[in-house]
Design a protein around this ligand. Structure first.
Ligand code: FES
Length: 99
C-alpha cells in the first residue's frame, strides 16, 4: 500500500538522532551516497556524535543501512564511542583540594 505524499514527507522528517537532530531523510541520503557503515554515516551526518554517543540512534542507523543495502545487520559493526569528557583544572593532578 502506497503512502500519501504528506505521510511520506512526515516520515522522512522523523528524527533518528535526537541529540544531533539528524532525520531519516538525512540518514537515507548518506546511505545512498555510499556511506554504508555506522561510522561512515556518523561522519557524514553527525548521527551518533551527540550527548548519548549513539546509544539511542546507533542501532536504528545500523538497521537503516541493513534495510537499504541488504548488508546483514550482524555484519554492521557498532560505531566507535567516545567516553564523555569534561575539562578539569591541572591542580587536580597535584592533589590540590579545591582544584
Ligand atoms: S541520539 Fe544520536 S547521538 Fe544521541
Amino acid at each position: 500500500m502506497d503512502k500519501e505524499p504528506a505521510e511520506e514527507v512526515k516520515e522522512k522528517e522523523v528524527l533518528i538522532c535526537r541529540c544531533e537532530e539528524v532525520s531519516l531523510a538525512d540518514i537515507e541520503a548518506a546511505i545512498d551516497e555510499g556511506f554504508i557503515t555506522v561510522d561512515d554515516v556518523k561522519r557524514r551526518t553527525r548521527a551518533g556524535m551527540g550527548l548519548c554517543q549513539g546509544r539511542t540512534c546507533g542501532k536504528q542507523v545500523a538497521l537503516l543501512i541493513s534495510k537499504r543495502t541488504g548488508i546483514p545487520l550482524e555484519q554492521l559493526l557498532p560505531s566507535t564511542a567516545r567516553s564523555p569528557v569534561r575539562p578539569e583544572k591541572m591542580g587536580i593532578f597535584e592533589g590540590e583540594p579545591d582544584a
